[in-house]
Design a protein around this ligand. Structure first.
Ligand SMILES: Nc1ncnc2c1ncn2[C@@H]1O[C@H](COP(=O)(O)OP(=O)(O)OP(=O)(O)O)[C@@H](O)[C@H]1O
Ligand SMILES: [Mg+2]
Length: 453
């Protein structure tokens, strides 16, 4: 595989050829241009093409070398550029760098020098591109549009989370396993003024006390066997950003005391250090334990609880917001079957809606992922669902009511079900229900039923 693709812009055909041979010997592919104008036109016409590097002779005819640099920076600022010149002066080099060239090479070009420089720049460019795409990926992951819900119960929590994002106080996020606590924590960070700084997470339940302490607060060289150098902890790494303390209900009393100090005074002491350090961190915490009970049982410090719980947020279980099941199932289907050729059959959907979801959204995600694997590209049907979900079949056709159902509830559910079963076909639905299309339309509207469920 080639190591990279390089555009050479150089008037002199012989020099061009030499550079190409040289680059090829280093494993690079190259493309040659005899004039700056041709290079500019090519790049403007082929926006999808991104060479790893441009080598530009400042003596190229037509538009002056520096002028080309300036225009290249305008059209394609992301492509690294190295200027090559036979008569370099310090001033020319400085000028080139000011305009945005990455480096400056003096002719005659030495093989070693060229290849070393090219390698350095191509590598750096790759890392930068990777970093850009990782950052974009993170933004996408925490794009508020990727938090899926339809229920008013979840909407209230979501709106509240975005509102408290701008505060600097700690938010305690509680909720059963898999309800989206981490997702909401990141929503808060990415909606907060700290969004361009780091969002770090630590799972307090996964580490032993000593390990957790050194991860959180860092340690000093020699603090314990194996501490061969100073190490910054997450509290320090997250300076100006957000630190999410997951499973906070599991930390030991000694660490609870140390954590209290950071929350109260923004101060902490790295393991083995004598002096306290400061860090400006916003804390978010989550737990699926009932912290109030833990406090009552004497396992969790009350003062720490109040510090953590300045703002508290409770995520409802999925079975308490069944309206969210269909849109979430669709969302996960699109995630695991991205070509969007598959659908969830009405029968499968109704099973999903009847199940209790003790593992909440995470469990639903796993079920859909598995179903996509089992389905061989067919629509997801009850056959592709795990037994625990599919066995709900024998029950009544209605989801268990949270309160006794009224006639209107029954009517709404029935219309909704038939409408879905016909694939949202109004004429067929009206036929089955033996009502006029006009009546159906009116009922659909008054019950607020639409294709989205
Ligand atoms: N409303 C939602 N929209 C889209 N994806 C969601 C939603 N809620 C949860 N998820 C997804 O479900 C999975 C579980 O969510 P998350 O890890 O935030 O839950 P949790 O409450 O932290 O769980 P645990 O207590 O087990 O740590 C993740 O993959 C998350 O992206
Ligand atoms: Mg979690």
């Amino acid at each position: 595989m080639e190591k990279g693709r390089i555009f050479i812009c150089e008037t002199d055909e012989e020099s061009r050829r030499q550079m190409r041979v040289l680059l090829e010997s280093g494993g690079y592919l190259s493309e040659e241009f005899g004039a700056g104008g041709a290079l500019l036109k090519y790049l403007a016409d082929h926006r999808e093409e991104s060479p790893d590097l441009i080598l530009l002779d400042t003596g190229v005819p037509g538009i002056g070398g520096f002028e080309i640099v300036r225009r290249l920076r305008e059209v394609r600022p992301e492509i690294p550029l190295v200027m090559v010149s036979a008569f370099a002066t310090v001033r020319a080099a400085v000028e080139a760098m000011k305009l945005g060239a990455s480096d400056f090479l003096l002719k005659p070009i030495l093989t070693e020098e060229l290849l070393a420089l090219v390698e350095k720049i191509v590598e750096r460019n790759r890392l930068m591109a990777e970093n850009r795409s990782l950052k974009a990926e993170i933004r996408r992951r925490f794009d508020p549009d990727q938090v899926i819900f339809r229920s008013s119960a979840f909407r209230r929590v979501f709106d509240f989370a975005r509102k408290v994002a701008s505060a600097d106080a700690c938010v305690l996020i509680q909720g059963e396993s898999g309800t989206g606590k981490e997702l909401i924590a990141s929503t808060i960070h990415y909606a907060s003024p700290r969004r361009d700084e780091r969002f770090l997470t630590i799972n307090c339940a996964a580490l032993t006390e000593t390990l957790l302490e050194s991860q959180l607060f860092g340690y000093q060289k020699g603090a314990f066997t194996g501490a061969v150098s100073n190490h910054r902890g997450l509290v320090e790494e997250a300076h100006k950003g957000t630190l999410f303390l997951d499973e906070i209900g599991d930390i030991t009393p000694a660490l609870q005391a140390k954590l209290l100090r950071v929350l109260q005074e923004k101060e902490f002491i790295p393991v083995g250090a004598t002096r306290a350090r400061r860090s400006d961190v916003r804390f978010l915490a989550a737990t699926n334990k009932d912290l109030e009970k833990e406090v009552a049982a004497g396992r969790f410090r009350e003062d720490l609880y109040y510090r953590l719980n300045v703002i508290s947020l409770h995520l409802p279980a999925l079975r308490e917001r069944k309206e969210d099941i269909a849109p979430l199932a669709e969302f996960f289907l699109a995630k695991y079957s991205p070509r969007r050729e598959q659908a969830i059959t009405p029968e499968a959907l109704s099973l999903l809606q009847r199940y209790d979801w003790p593992g909440n959204v995470r469990e639903l995600e796993n079920v859909i992922e598995m179903a996509v694997i089992l389905s061989d590209g067919l629509n997801l049907s009850p056959d592709h669902l795990p037994v625990k979900v599919a066995e709900k079949k024998e029950q009544t056709t209605f989801s268990p009511p949270e309160r006794p159902m009224s006639m209107a509830d029954v009517e709404r559910l029935h219309i909704e079900q038939i409408y879905r079963q016909t694939g949202y076909h109004k004429v067929r639905t009206a036929e089955i229900l033996q009502v006029s299309r006009k009546t159906l339309s009116r009922k659909l509207q008054s019950f607020g039923i639409d294709k989205s469920g």
